[in-house]
Design a binder for this molecule. Structure first.
Ligand code: CUA
Length: 413
């Protein structure tokens, strides 16, 4: 009977559609998908998921078919005989207890194996990265390489990376869906997470998120993870480990006299290291957050920004060093806010919320709290309204001074 065959085929068709939809999850269509086998971690997690779907589908099909057949075959018919009255069936009951037990074992064994596999210490030789959660940004430290950075983390393909997760304040959770392995950052406890990006991966950028509610800007606490080739990682790490390329102490006294043609640059070393090329950033990692209305800044001022003046009058004397470190600059050692040693080599600011460019940086310095709810970076622009203190900033920096600070920060390649 063709009608009945159609009905029996329905669950199989449903499964086929689901699998087809799943197999279509590519990097580009679903850039934050967790189903791609980009690391050993998400491969093993996906294997468990497939096992569960496999057994779940078999159970679903068998149970539903038995149910539908029973409903149709044994339904009450007018004038039919009374159903046979029975009391239990030992063989049947043992069978329907034993089969689920066997299925549970088939699910439990690989699950437990994967839990132990992913919870054990990272293999020797793994790249150590300390992840420190802050409200609302991420601090990344490479203790073996002498690197401190924020919100953007580089890992070489083919090498295991071992994250050590702690928090400065409240609970956060570290998750880069494409790499697998969401894990919490807990007060007074270090959690570990490690995985190996597949060595077949091309140089790529991925999104990461905070996945534990942590306050007003929980949604504005994002990560960019770059999986790069070993040589690119070497070049990036070598530069990141160095002191700031622009040293305010070594900069000429202000006002700056324009250097004569052919004269050596004021800063001893302005060489930029390797960073993930901006033109190759996939659209899914480029911040789309618009600048909130009501924050005016004349971008024409940026062209006149003076890095040396910004370093001395803005960064050192304007209070930035109260919260931010710039390695190699005496006194700039605070780690309340992100380390700015190589801020110009990052694509994003403000916990990954905005693009890192002059106009955005200027507005951020002017009124960070207007751009990111709850930001602990206070409002610096003179005459700006501070939405947390609910007062107008009477001191602070004017727009021209902000342009100088932006010039300085943009010099920190
Ligand atoms: Cu940090 Cu949510």
């Amino acid at each position: 009977m063709p009608k009945l065959r159609l009905r029996a085929a329905a669950p199989a068709a449903l499964l086929a559609v689901a699998l087809l939809a799943l197999s279509a999850c590519g990097f580009t269509e679903y850039p934050n998908s967790t189903f791609n086998h980009t690391t050993d971690f998400n491969t093993s997690i996906d294997n468990i998921f497939q096992t569960l779907v496999f057994w779940g589908t078999i159970v679903f099909v068998v149970v539903e078919v038995a149910l539908i057949v029973t409903i149709i075959k044994f339904r009450k018919r007018p004038g039919g005989p009374e159903a046979k009255q029975i009391h239990g069936n030992a063989a049947l009951e043992i069978t329907w207890t034993a089969i689920p037990a066997i299925i549970l074992v088939l699910i439990a064994v690989p699950s437990a194996r994967t839990i132990f596999e992913t919870q054990k210490p990272a293999p020797a030789g793994a790249l150590k990265v300390q992840v420190i959660g802050h409200q609302w940004w991420w601090e990344f430290r490479y203790p073996e390489l002498g690197i401190v950075t924020a919100n953007e983390v580089y890992v070489p393909v083919g090498r295991t990376v071992s994250f050590e997760l702690t928090t400065k304040d409240v609970l956060h959770s570290f998750w880069i869906p494409q790499m697998g392995g969401k894990r919490d950052l807990i007060t007074n406890k270090t959690n570990y997470l490690w995985f190996t990006p597949s060595d077949t991966l091309e140089t790529m950028a991925w999104n990461g998120f905070c996945t534990e509610y942590c306050g007003a800007s929980h949604a504005n606490m994002r990560i960019r993870l770059y999986t790069v080739q070993p040589a690119e990682f070497e070049a990036w790490a070598r530069h990141q480990a160095r002191d700031a390329v622009f040293n305010p102490a070594a900069a000429p006294a202000v006002p700056v006299v324009p250097a004569a043609a052919g004269a050596p640059p004021a800063a001893a070393d302005t060489a930029a290291g390797w960073m993930y090329p901006a033109e190759k950033l996939p659209a899914h990692v480029v911040p789309q957050t618009p600048i909130p209305a009501g924050l005016a800044y004349d971008d024409a001022l940026l062209a006149g920004g003076d890095a040396a003046r910004g370093a001395q009058q803005g960064f050192l004397m304007g209070g930035c060093i109260g919260c931010h470190a710039v390695r190699g600059v005496p006194g700039a050692v605070s780690n309340i806010g992100p380390d700015l040693t190589h801020i110009a080599s990052r694509h994003t600011i403000a916990g990954g919320l905005y693009r890192n460019d002059g106009p955005t940086l200027a507005r951020w310095i002017k009124n960070a709290r207007h751009m990111k709810p709850g930001s602990i970076m206070y409002t610096i622009g003179r005459g700006e309204y501070d939405p947390i203190l609910k007062t107008t900033q009477q001191a602070g920096l004017d727009d021209r001074q902000i342009a100088d600070v932006v010039a300085y920060l943009m010099a920190l390649k």
